[in-house]
Design a protein around this ligand. Sequence first.
Ligand code: HPA
Length: 248
Amino acid sequence: MLAIIGGTGLTQLANLVISHRQVMRTPYGEPSGAITFGHLQQHEVMFIARHGYGHTIPPHEVNYRANLWALHDQGAKRVISVAAVGGIRADLSPGDIVVPDQIIDYTYGRQFTYFDGKDRSVTHIDFTRPYTQELRQQILDAAKRANEACRDGGVYAATQGPRLETAAEVNRLERDGADMAGMTCMPEAALARELGLSYATIAVVVNHAAGRGSSRDGVHLESISTVVQPAMARVRNILECVVGSDGD
Ligand code: HPA
């Protein structure tokens, strides 16, 4: 089954026909909220709001382990995460939608693995390509069918938050090769890989990164919400088209 993790601006799926909600406990604590089960275009999906349904959980306090564990436990095979980002690359502007293909992790102090604890043999995962290519392609194909412009590829810098970056930090991220900055794809992507889930992200550019473009003198937080609403409507169109693409 397809699972969708909604981020900022996507705390619910308006086009989801809800069948039930499931409150979960996991060995890692409580997920961000109940998992919502329902049908999107007649296909079964599950949905969870990463920041809670009231958008109260900041990026560094999200229980990523519990969220991914709960989705896996309920039968998810593919996970599409939706994430707001700031555009670093000059050609990324507010409103653009990107399917990133790489990650650089700058986060710290988060619970980032299931493979810890005593009496456990050391386990590594291959993370050369942090996003599942097949699922990325399914999203890109769905965007084409939905007639929604969607960029193929880009490096996602996962920053700690909850504050936004300084202009100098954004310069460093760019020198490192990052195209966009967000706060949530790590450890989410790595945990999905540890559980054997397919995982890909639909990144929505909601602002120019600090010091760039319209954020040259500061990020105008109030204008983010005006970008988010129409962009998330476009994301919903893409999700409607991707849901049937793997025999869900
Ligand atoms: N930086 C980091 N995370 C973000 C941004 C940003 O500019 N915009 C939305 N999420």
